[in-house]
Design a protein around this ligand. Structure first.
Ligand SMILES: Nc1ncnc2c1ncn2[C@@H]1O[C@H](COP(=O)(O)OP(=O)(O)OP(=O)(O)O)[C@@H](O)[C@H]1O
Ligand SMILES: [Mg+2]
Length: 272
């Protein structure tokens, strides 16, 4: 692939109370590619994502490192420029989806408001775009008239995805987008994300702690533990030939649902 990298995280180090919660993390993201950031709870996945948007919580200090979007270090941009990138060029689906929703606003209206806020377009233009987005995430017109609490978990996730896609971003950061869902809804949402990603050729940073999800969606994998990148590679490299015992442990945690041999490439040939 000769595509230019779109996002580059270089030697990122973040401390909280002098503890290194992100320790020299580096990776690249390319258009059309899904990179899974995987690791146990507290390994630094969300803080890495928040760093990319320059939205670290109070008390977290970036000690060193660069984050380059299209070659430009985002930490050197004017506040106006970073605001334009955030949401417009790099969209994030946050780990707690409810925080992104307005409980007293109907689903469709929330999407339209997002479009208008970012694109400063007219109401008719926005409603045209709304129709497109609803089709994209397969949310019905009827569901778009409901309030968030009247939607199922899967529908809410579709709403959040539509809001993230509203401005036609280049990079999508999805922080555990399916963790709160039951298994069959999880599969539907993963299939949807995969289809949207392929059609739009988005660069996706997909955060998860679940290697069965990694197996379904990722092209590349970056395994984190205690703020450190333990290993990195293509999905098959990491799943078939994990170099680090920690990665192997995580792979062994894949729930034994369905036929495990179909879920893990490492076992396909070995046991058939
Ligand atoms: N706002 C905060 N204040 C203090 N410590 C924090 C804060 N946010 C994160 N941390 C700490 O930083 C470390 C990394 O947290 P982070 O949220 O990035 O982990 P994570 O990999 O996303 O975990 P999870 O899978 O549970 O979402 C953890 O030790 C966490 O306790
Ligand atoms: Mg997290």
């Amino acid at each position: 692939m000769t595509k230019e990298k779109i996002l580059e995280v270089k030697d990122l180090t973040v401390t909280i109370d002098t503890r290194r919660v992100i320790d020299n993390v580096s990776f690249d993201l390319y258009p059309g590619q899904v990179m899974a950031l995987v690791g146990e709870s507290g390994s630094g996945k969300t803080l890495t994502a928040l760093s990319i948007l320059d939205l670290l919580p109070v008390g977290a200090v970036r000690e060193k490192g660069e984050i380059r979007f299209r070659g430009k270090n985002i930490f050197e941009l004017a506040p106006e420029e970073i605001r334009k990138i955030r949401g417009d060029r790099i969209a994030m689906v946050f780990q707690e989806p409810f925080t992104a929703m307005n409980p007293v606003m109907r689903a469709g209206v929330q999407i339209t408001e997002t479009i208008i806020a970012h694109k400063s377009c007219s109401a008719p233009q926005a409603s045209g775009r709304l129709e497109e987005l609803l089709d994209m995430v397969k949310l019905s017109r009827e569901a778009a008239r409901r309030y968030p609490h009247e939607l199922s978990g899967g529908m809410r996730q579709r709403l959040i995805l539509a809001m993230a896609l509203a401005c036609g971003p280049d990079v999508l950061i999805l922080d555990e987008p399916t963790t709160a869902l039951d298994v069959s809804t999880q599969k539907q949402i993963l299939d949807l994300i995969k289809r949207i990603q392929e059609e739009g050729q988005y660069a996706v940073l997909f955060i998860t702690h679940d290697f069965s999800v990694v197996n379904t969606i990722a092209d590349k994998v970056c395994v984190m533990r205690q703020g450190l990148v333990m290993e990195r590679g293509t999905r098959d490299e990491v799943l078939r030939y994990p170099r680090h015992p920690y990665t192997r442990q995580l792979i062994d945690c894949i729930p034994r649902l369905g036929d495990r041999r179909q879920r893990l490439p490492a076992q396909d040939t070995a046991q058939e």
